[in-house]
Each structure stands twice: as C-alpha cells, then as structure tokens.
Design a protein around this ligand. Sequence first.
Ligand code: GDP
Length: 641
Amino acid sequence: MAKIRIYKVAEQLGMPTYEVLEILKSLGADVKNHMSSIDEDLIELLNEERGVRKQESEKRKKKKEKTIMLEKLPTMKEITRLLDMNMEEIILGLGEWNVIFDSKKPLPPLVVERLAREKDWDIEWKDDLREKTLQALQAETLPRPPIVTILGHVDHGKTTLLDAIRRSKVALSEWGGITQSIGAYQVETNGKKITFVDTPGHEAFTAMRARGAQVTDIAVIVVAADDGVMPQTIEAIQHVKAADVSIIVAINKMDKVNVNPERVKQQLADQGLIPEEWGGEVICINVSALQKKGISDLLEMILLQAELLDLRSRQNGFAIGSIIESRLDRGKGPIATLIVQEGTLRVGDYFVAGATWGKIRSMTGDQNKIIKEALPSTPVEIVGFSDLPPAGTKLMVVEDERIAHLIAEQKQQKERAKSLKGNIGKITSLESLLAPEEGKKRELNIVLKADFQGSVEALEQAISQIPTEEVTINLVSRGVGNINEADIILALASSGIVIGFSVKFPTEVMKIAKQEGVDVRLYRIIYEIVDDIEKALKGMIAPKMVEEVIGKAEVRTVFKIPKVGVISGSYVTDGKIERNAFVRVIRKGEIITESAKISSLKRFKDDVKEVTIGYECGIGIDRFEDFTEGDILQAYIIREE
Ligand code: GDP
C-alpha cells in the first residue's frame, strides 16, 4: 500500500502538521513527527474525523453553549475535543503556567477549569466530583521539610551561622573536609530534616522571586547583638515581608562582652517585628555562630515554625523544582542546583526549565553523593541541561523529549519577542497595575526611596492619607538613598512601582528598570506624588495600549527596485495588511525584525491603503531589506485597551 509522509498530507489538506499529527494519534496511528509516514488510506479517515470535530465545535458555537458539564475528570485527549483545542496548544498552555501534566492521567479539576477559561467556557462538575477530587489530591500530599534562607546585614554572621549549622549536624568524616557546597544543604535534627539555602543576600532572594521562584518557607534574619539592626537588616526584613515568608530572628555574637539583646529587640519592634516575649509573634533566639551556641535551639524553633505552617507537597508523579544556582562546567556542561518542590525527581527524567530543557543525566546530593531520586525540599545538583538556566527558573518534568523541546522552544520565542519588544505590556506600570484583575482586589505596591529619613516619613504619611476604597496601597519598602538594583527587583517581584523623591536614578539602574519593565517615577514635590497616585486611582492616567494582530502575509518573491529599495512580493494569508500598521518579520518561527513601519504597499502599480486575505501585493518596510522567500509578515496595530 502506498505510504505518504505527514507533511505531505498536511500540504494536501491545507492543515497545520501538528493538527494532522494530533488527529492521527487520537485515531491510534503510530506517528512521531512530520517525517513519519502513513498509509494513504488513512487520509480519508483523517479528513472525516476533522469534519466531525469542526461540526461539533460549530454546533456548540451556534448554540452559544458556554458551559460544559463533566461527569468525570477528562483526559488530555478528551479535553482536546471538548474545548476544540489541539494537544500542542494544551501542552504549551500547561507548560507556560508550569502546570505539571501526564497525558495518561486525567487532568485535575483546577487545570481543566483554567484551560476552559482560556476558551471562554465554564465547567460544571457533576455532584461533588470537584470537591472530592480536590480533597483526594490534598490527601495525597505529605509533610515536607522546611526550606530556610539566612539573611541580614553584612558581617553580622550569616556565613558563620550557615557553617555552624552544617557542621553541628554532619560528622566531619563525612565531609572529608573538602566537600564543596552545592548552594544548599539539609540537616537532620530530632529525626526531622531542614533545608538551608545559601542565598548570598536579599537581592538574590528577591531576584529569584521576581522570576517566579518562591522557594523559602522561613527566613532567619541574623542581627549581630553588638551592632543591632542596620540598613541591610531593614532591607532584608522588607524583602522577606514582601515575599510573605515567616521570620525567625537569630541574635548573633552573644559571646561578645557588653552586648544587649534587649536593645536589638526594641529595634526589631520599631520595624514591626514584635518579639514573642513581648506579646508579638516573632521568635528571637540568642546564638553565637562562632562558638556554635544556641544552634540547636534555633533549629528546634525552625521545626516548630514549620509545623505551624503545615508544609506539605505531593510526592508522587513528575517533579517541579526551582533552580537556585547554575554554572558552566568545562567537562559536564551546564550544571544547576535545584530544590525539588513537588513530586519525585529521577535520573533519566526529561524536563523543561524556562527556555532550556534536557534530560537528567546525573544527580548529586548535598553531601556529594550520587543519588537516583530526590523528594520534595531536597537540594540536588543536576547535569543534563541544553543551556544554562538562570537562578530562579522553575524546572518541570515532562513526559518525553518532544514535549520538553516543544515547550522550551516556545519559551525561547517568547523571550526573543520580549527582548525585541522591550517588554511592552508588562504589568508593572502605575496605570496598568491599577487595571482591575478578575476576582482580585486591586493593589498598588510601592517601593519608596527618598533623600532623608524625614522625607520618607512625610511621604509615608501623605500616601497613607490618600483616600482609597477599592485599592489597597502597600508600601512594600521604604528607604533612604538613591534608587538601586535591589529596589527594581523588589518592585518587579511585588508587581509594584518605584517612587523616588529627590534621589538619583543612576543610568545602570535605569537600564535594568527598562529591561525588566518596571515603572520608576521621580519627584521633587510631595504633592505631585499624591496627585499622580490619586489620578491613577481615579483611572485618569492615560489608558493602557495593547497590540492587535490584524493580518499576515507570506513573502513569495523578493525584488529590488532602483531608488525604492527591496520589495517583497507577498500573498496575504490571513486578515489584512494596512498601510499604517506595524509589521514584524518572522522567519522559521523567529522574529527577525519588530515594530517596523510599512514604507510602501502596492497592488500592481497602485499604492493602496490595505490588502485583504487572498490577494497578492508588494510590501516594502522602512529600513529593512533582508526579505527571504517564506518569511511571514505579521501586521499589527497598537490601540487602547
Ligand atoms: P556575613 O557577612 O553576615 O556572612 O558575616 P560572616 O559570617 O562572614 O561574619 C563576619 C565576622 O563576624 C567574621 O569575622 C566572623 O568570624 C564574625 N562572627 C560571626 N559570628 C560570630 C559570633 O557569634 N561571635 C563573634 N564574636 N564573631 C562572630
């Protein structure tokens, strides 16, 4: 029987290859990619199935049904039919949200609902199916060790404390004196484990959070008893509070003479951290990291706090984790340390980590032992990345290489588009922050910097007096001094803005703010700050602009016209191309140029305002001549939302 390759079938039927593959797979055909072959007979069946799908979707559209009733949890295959999505779309959606999935298992209710929402559908569950499943999923979770970070002012003893904890619990022989840290380690006390992350500072802590990795459960803030609360202690407290992480204070250097822990407690109380013995909630422990005193008390308190937090996670199934460190090794290639957050990570697993992907070739535990699998809260060093993932990236195990590759590729494309676009549309500007988000109370998070403590206080007071009803204004942090990188990162992580009063905004920090899309506003008059916030609250600030794609054309030929330049002979394949639109040139899925203006749009010899689908035209682009056959020209406009 005659065989035909998938891409040929797609061409014949005018369908995208992924759709052909997806339908064939749902019909049980053994196909892998566009080069796989099928019996020609199958084409008819494929076409029929496609017809059925179309009809079903049209029927639903006609009836304007907006609710789907489910009697059992659907599998991925069933969801494709129900929501008229293809498998690829679902995989990419789930990958984008870092939602773990296993195509062989039914999808959990929250995932089904989220997918449905994307397509404007509501899901109704039969009886108490939803609640029962959620309860069952919750019951599947098991307690996990707390993940702890130590933060504080420089020289207050963070490193010494981390070291003292590590040494107090691990026999020296095991270390062999030469063990290299992998960036995190676990200790065991009273039969329970605690994971410590050696974050070098609160900037790194927040930078990770800005990338979406909330790893820490408990932060230990170290304050040297002889020095007391210092500027970086205050910054660390603000960063930890913004992250909504529990705090335990270690008052260190208690071995020194003439130290006064009560004074430290007073200073902490001034920062809103009321010690337990004063009726507050913050546990303070006196320690001497140098003399290794008070360490077991500290560990005990961490465990107690962890118990209160009731930390649990799923242990079965594919793993999700966060990368806390990465480096390039000459022999092994990219290496990263990761903390498993859910599921069990195993050697041989395929994974995606942001725009990188890979297969776990080997795993090393915190004591430099080779391990085969890692449970939640375990730090491991892994080898097998296609590229170096930045710290803070989420890692997610997926079923196979193809899915890993697919998701990573999409993320790469998004990153490229983002870097070309300079982050337009990121939700970190005063006006867009205040745009209401469904089901959420509106919040305005502000990182405040001013020239003097007196100005900070005056501003705090002025801002607190702004009348707000539906919006909560949070001062995520307040401080004296010029705007620095930590401020930008904190604003990014809290989806907030930075307000500077009579301070400098150095160029290198400006670059970071621009790159991350963080809104920084500088003022010299207090009244103007209040006025701007009030205007934003009333929705009077200029509306947010959004992009709308209006059409696509494919380059069929390229010709040079003297004095005019290079023109692409194109065919409009979708929507329309307007003379005034912006265009981006896409080649093999990659964006080659962005935000370009059309310099000429012609049908035959005539200049025209627009060309619609199905017509040929000549398109010239401002300052762009590098057209190649097959390029896609995507036309878009920017309009008010
Ligand atoms: P980090 O910058 O917070 O990591 O601080 P380090 O751990 O590097 O400590 C700074 C200095 O304080 C070092 O000279 C330590 O030996 C010293 N140090 C740390 N902990 C103690 C302590 O409990 N007692 C005394 N006397 N010195 C300490």
